[in-house]
Ligand binder design. Structure first.
Ligand SMILES: [Zn+2]
Ligand SMILES: [Zn+2]
Length: 125
């Protein structure tokens, strides 16, 4: 249903379902992790995430897994939802038709970050 990969292409994966719970997170951790204003991510059930290649080329920090070669963020888990895998939408290669639900942690967004769409905004979760 979806195919994704890291920047260098060594890590490749498939998602066997639609992506759910898509949010744009403006918190300081997501900013550092992405090197930009916010991170857009969504969920799939763990069993619907399948590696095609590169599973042994991952490194981990605080439960988030990155490509060892190029640093692309590949997957993560929320502590309160261990049955689901979070995906950064920028790693998905095909078009994504699923809707973005909301902006979160807008209270801690960077001062240079302007939200210019009509998607719902939440100060925290
Ligand atoms: Zn890579
Ligand atoms: Zn965040």
């Amino acid at each position: 249903m979806h195919q994704g990969q890291c920047l260098c292409g060594s890590v490749q994966f498939k998602l066997h379902q639609k992506i759910t719970d898509i949010v744009m997170c403006h918190c300081s951790e997501c900013r550092k992790a992405q090197g930009t204003a916010f991170a857009t991510s969504g969920s799939v059930k763990n069993e619907n995430f399948e590696f095609i290649s590169g599973e042994n080329n991952l490194t981990e920090f605080k439960g988030k897994k990155f490509c060892k070669t190029c640093g692309s963020p590949i997957m993560g888990k929320l502590k309160n939802n261990p049955d689901h895998t979070r995906i950064r939408l920028g790693t998905i290669t095909n078009d994504i038709k699923e809707p973005i639900e909301k902006h979160i942690f807008t209270d801690s967004k960077a001062n240079w970050d302007s939200i210019c769409d009509s998607i719902a905004q939440h100060k925290e979760w």
